[in-house]
Design a protein around this ligand. Sequence first.
Ligand SMILES: [Zn+2]
Length: 258
Amino acid sequence: MIQAVIVGSGIDEMPEFQAGYVENIETRFGTAEIIKCLFLEKEIVVLPRHGIDHNRLPSQINYRAQIAALKKIGIRRVVGVCSVGSINTKINPGQLAVLGDFIDFTHTRKTTFFDTEDSSIVHTDFSSPFCPSITKALLSAAKLSGLDCFENAVYIGVEGPRYETPAEIQMFKKFGADLVGMTIIPEAILAKEAGLCYGSLAISTNYACGISPTSLSHFDVVNCVKSINNDMLNYLKNLLSVEISDICNCSSNDSLKI
Ligand SMILES: [Zn+2]
């Protein structure tokens, strides 16, 4: 079963999450706030990526503390939910996508745990960027929920907080990216370094710049996510009912000391 969900803009305001118990987890990379919730009588940890008060920009999030905190409390199976812009017009706003690969275009973030004085040199294999077992579970939950879900999407992670320019989006399209967002990098990288099973579900909130006929705003993004909150709630309930196979190599990366 999925044990933790990392959530972003719009999803983090669901009343079901806000009814949970907030806890601060200290790690040597900093403190992370988690919420312990009960969903269908199953305990799940919700980690609001932007903080309990939603006051951190994507570049200001302490991703290392968040992943280290999940590992510290014994979490092994994690789903990162993110809002994205669609570069590929086959993914319509309001539609879900499960990530299969990523391209890192961030430039100010700590993208590794292994740069401290006492850490050894670690080069993590990324030939399978997301856990295949979690990915399968994410797709099964979409089927159970009757939701249209794009498979194997390529995500490009950008720094933000500004949105992209039309020329950038055209370049990303040529690179083979389907979706653009600001939060899965370095979250997915750190989760793999920590040996966690991590998969990501993206919610398209808009067509990316130059593809969308209108200008983009954060307000519209949050409203789009909120408009499908009932679907998401149903999706998460189905996701918690899905059995997850142990067949993956994610834990072989487990050399991180918290
Ligand atoms: Zn795995």
